[in-house]
Design a binder for this molecule. Structure first.
Ligand code: IPM
Ligand code: MN
Length: 354
């Protein structure tokens, strides 16, 4: 976090619609800086599929290190239709997450307008929870191997690697966050203790130990398969959820849908002691690229989280409130091409409400 009110922001528009939505976010940033009196500088970086196709480079170790000279990173999207899946995801997104030890992926699930919820009769107060996803270990560690690759007897092994330290720091963050959020004061561990008896034994034991330090927080447990059911049936049960990298990835896409879709869902890759990165959680949406139809609100919500992270909580709240206003009074839909406004017009709307 910046010590003063001059924030150095690294901006990676990335692939597909990433640059378009980030542009709207930066428009809102400029308006927020004028209104709330903070300063910022931005370093525009061209990491992504286009640069990779032209130069063969994704992001070097030195470039990852240089990101640490900034207070925060603002990311659009990663994923290019002409680049084989996995190359950019691993080489750019995961390399930054791991390289900067952004061990938390914080994903709020908040419904701003009932009209955009696919579940019948759910109101904004029913869908307001936060998923704390472990962001540095588990299946994402890339551990595994092929045995007899390409033969009829081939085996592929993919390891979920969980360390006590990695699990504990994530669980502690989730308890602290839940306490600070001060809403339901309830933290649910989401796992699969009935089948994955190594990884989830460690998670469960760590959770049970750490919870002793948080007597003010109510705790619960849900299997990952069951939680997808509860998200649809009774989302109002949840306040904070903590889970591993893979389960967190999966359940937050469902979370995004019940809050109104990818057009609105944002998240933060957080290193509480270092440099964090904020992004819309949807992908690069290649089919909408350059058409000015993509919804920039997820990127603008990511900006709101970014502002809070650099110590501009008031500005962050104001940006979120402007989004709430736009979503409750203006937008016909949150889906690309159906908003009743272009990408730029939605950005302008948020600036106006701010
Ligand atoms: C996300 C994305 C990434 C992930 C991909 C692009 C590697 O789906 O941020 O949720 O799996 O973490
Ligand atoms: Mn995902």
């Amino acid at each position: 976090m910046a010590k003063d009110r001059h924030h150095k922001i690294a901006v990676i528009g990335g692939d597909g619609t990433g640059p378009e939505v980030v542009r709207e976010g930066l428009k809102v940033l400029e308006a927020a800086s004028k209104k709330f009196g903070f300063k910022y500088s931005k370093t525009m970086l061209d990491y992504g599929g286009e640069r990779y196709l032209k130069t063969g480079k994704i992001i070097s170790d030195k470039e990852v290190k240089d990101l640490k000279k900034h207070d925060v990173i603002y990311l659009g999207a990663v994923g290019h239709p002409e680049v084989r899946p996995g190359i950019l995801e691993q080489g750019l997104l995961l390399k930054i997450r791991f390289g900067l030890d952004q061990y938390i992926n914080l994903r709020p699930v908040r419904l701003y307008n009932s009209a955009f919820c696919p579940i019948k009769d759910k109101k904004p107060e029913d869908i307001d929870f936060v998923v704390v996803r472990e962001n540095s270990e588990g299946l994402y560690k890339g551990m595994g191997k092929f045995i007899k690759k390409g033969t009829k007897n081939e085996t592929a092994v993919q390891i979920s690697h969980n360390t006590r330290k990695g699990v504990e720091r994530c669980i502690r963050y989730a308890f602290d966050y839940c306490r600070k959020r001060n809403k339901g004061k309830k933290l649910t561990l989401c796992g699969k203790t009935n089948v994955l008896t190594y990884a989830w034994d460690l998670w469960q034991r760590t959770f049970d130990e750490v919870k002793k330090d948080y007597p003010d927080i109510q705790t619960g447990y849900a299997h990952v398969d069951a939680i997808t059911m509860w998200f649809v049936k009774n989302p109002e049960w949840f306040d904070c959820i903590v889970t591993d990298n893979m389960f967190g990835d999966i359940i937050t896409d469902l979370g995004a849908m019940i809050q109104g879709g990818m057009g609105i869902a944002a998240g933060g890759n957080i290193n509480p002691q270092g440099v964090s990165m904020f992004e819309p959680i949807g992908g690069s949406a290649p089919k909408y690229t350059g058409k000015s139809v993509i919804n920039p609100l997820a990127a603008i919500c990511a900006l709101a989280m970014l502002l809070e992270n650099v110590g501009e909580a008031e500005a962050g709240r104001a940006v979120e409130n402007s989004v709430i206003k736009a979503v409750s009074t203006e937008l016909k839909s949150l889906a690309a091409g159906k908003m009743g406004y272009s990408t730029q017009e939605v950005g302008d709307l948020i600036v106006k409400f701010l």
